[in-house]
Design a protein around this ligand. Structure first.
Ligand code: FAD
Length: 520
């Protein structure tokens, strides 16, 4: 296999692409794969779609794509790849392919299209032993948006979300699944009762907090390294009908952060707490990344940041129509404790589905302008609370002072409410901030909108964090050497390697993460 720079006809913004070179035993491998007794199908050509992802920066074509319809298909394929023991023949589960740096790709290997495993029938919602401990059993190839619609038929919904719901269960559980509910419920990986997993040895194992515990915690946040999740049992709560959605602005980062931390420390608080940064001359109505329509749009559209940086606190309170008076009282009390710029309070009421599916509205708009498929050099960081002011000063006050290339989210979470036994790596402190630079690069652009420029800025941010020893961890991490991975995992590295040895000793799974290149 040859790795070379972006000139192989994919797109001018690509960094890593390859032209697939057939391995020596290509014909034998293909014919043995074709003989596998599968219920699903195997595709050996026209697989370009899985050689790309949302990041649109790395493009690695596979040898074959497996479209499984049963767990046995996945188990059989993995066992067969183990027996072949062909160096370079690896296996990647692909959810919705919304990775950013080729994590769901398998160069010259087998990509398992998990969406073909998704069930066409309704998900089953169960109330446990007559007590109200509801959950839903779903295929890991299912999109969260479909799970929302299914569970709402029962008046229920998952507790913890991502900002965007057109991602698969297996894809987000392999990372964490963090959004504005995580300060209270933890990320999505903390809201799963049970998993069915096909390990790197092809074994099908059911695991939970009490059964095959080691595998359960390995796989959650495990970057696809230990097994392929085929089913998940997800914790549910009663779903509200409506959401009061509020945004307000701050000119001082210190006030903004103080209010965010205050809100996440309260028991009776908002149900969703996030925030974002507005950099330089941004008409906020045009730049809000979602379908937020304030009641007073004229006033909101007149707001121009005019060369200054502002911070927007975004909160939401769930309610049912018959509780609106009570809800408004709670919201008023909470708002009275905050120090935002008074005339910048923008409010809206939307249905629960409209709120949760808000980013999809932007997706449709961007798609219609051809701006959804552009390269996305995103950078996601977890920053300890004690260093967030230093970080903000340098990054928003210097590195990104003049411009940003997309939304920048920033909000704190309280780790004392998180289960830390999973593979997810977070900073040491109880409270840390998620800061997400959601940049888009303009195809063929030069200067500040180009992929190179944004990657250079990302590098500057990372270098600053390292040099200033801020104790930052990457979320949706991307590294190219094992040394960097070791540093990322820190004290968790030994355990991570041991788990890999136990569940995927030939290092077949998720090669696109570039953690383990060879068998252990
Ligand atoms: P893929 O990209 O297909 O796969 C991701 C990784 O998981 C790969 O390594 C793959 O091999 C592995 N994998 C996939 N399925 C399985 C499986 N069943 N078993 C084992 N391993 C598997 N993340 C957040 O936490 N919060 C957000 O708010 C958020 N918002 C986002 C918004 C957008 C527009 C996008 C594009 C991404 C966002 N993400 C967010 C990141 C997202 O959670 C991850 O990129 C996630 O991996 C995407 O899911 P996917 O189904 O597309 O996974």
């Amino acid at each position: 296999f040859i790795l070379h720079k972006a000139d192989s006809g994919y797109n001018n913004n690509s960094i890593g692409t390859s032209i697939f070179q057939r391995p020596y035993h290509y014909d034998q491998i293909v014919s043995s794969l074709q003989k596998l007794p599968l219920e699903g199908s195997l595709s050996l050509s026209n697989n370009d779609a899985v050689a790309s992802d949302f990041g649109n920066i790395y493009h690695f074509p596979p040898l074959a794509v497996l479209n499984p319809v049963s767990v046995s298909d996945i188990s059989r394929a993995i066992k067969h790849v183990m027996e072949l023991s062909e160096p370079g023949l690896k296996v990647a589960a692909r959810g919705h392919g919304h990775s950013l740096q080729g994590q769901s790709q398998a160069e010259g290997g087998i990509v398992i299209n998990m969406e073909s495993l998704a069930e066409k029938t309704a998900a089953v919602v169960v109330v446990n032993n007559g007590e109200f401990v509801p959950y839903v059993d779903v295929s890991a190839g299912e999109l969260w948006i479909n799970i929302l619609h299914e569970t709402l038929k029962h008046g229920l919904a998952p507790k913890s979300w991502t900002d965007y719901l057109h991602l698969t269960v297996g894809g987000t559980l392999s990372n964490a699944g963090i959004s504005g509910q995580a300060f209270r419920h933890g990320p999505q990986i903390n809201n799963v009762f049970q998993l069915e997993v096909v390990t790197g040895k092809g074994e099908v194992v059911t695991c939970s907090e009490t059964r095959n515990t080691e595998l359960y915690y390995s796989v959650l946040g495990g970057l696809g390294q230990f097994g392929i999740i085929t089913r998940a049992r997800i914790s549910l709560e009663a779903a509200p009908k409506m959401v009061k959605w509020i945004r307000m602005l701050y000119s001082e980062f210190s006030m903004f952060a103080r209010d965010q931390e205050h809100l996440i420390s309260l028991e009776n608080t908002f149900d969703y707490i996030e925030g974002f940064v507005i950099i330089n001359r941004t008409g906020i109505l045009n730049n809000w990344r979602s379908s937020f329509n304030p009641r007073d749009p004229i006033q909101a559209s007149q707001f121009i940041s005019d060369g200054r940086t502002f911070y927007c606190l975004e909160v939401a309170k769930y309610f049912n129509p018959d509780e609106s008076q009570f809800m408004n009282q709670i919201v008023e009390n909470l708002l009275s404790e905050l120090s935002y710029i008074p005339w910048t309070l923008f409010q809206s009421e939307v249905s629960y589905v409209q709120f949760l599916d808000r980013v999809h509205v932007s997706e449709k708009q961007l798609r219609s302008k051809g701006l959804w498929e552009v390269p996305h050099p995103w950078l996601n960081l977890l920053i300890p609370r004690t260093h967030i002011h230093h970080f903000a000063q340098e990054v928003f006050g210097n590195i990104l002072k003049d411009t940003s290339n997309g939304p920048i989210l920033i909000y704190p979470v309280n780790q004392t409410r998180w289960n830390r036994k999973t593979s997810l790596v977070t900073p040491e402190e109880d409270i840390f901030y998620l800061v997400a630079f959601l940049s888009s690069a303009m195809p063929l652009a030069r200067g500040s909108e180009s992929l190179e420029h944004i990657l250079t800025q990302n590098k500057r941010i990372l270098e600053f964090c390292t040099n200033a020893k801020l104790g930052v961890k990457q979320y949706l991490p991307h590294y190219t050497t094992q040394e960097e991975w070791k540093a990322h995992f820190g004290s968790k590295w030994e355990a991570f390697v041991q788990r890999k040895t136990a569940y995927d000793p030939l290092a077949l799974l998720a090669p696109g993460q570039r953690i383990f290149q060879k068998a252990l």
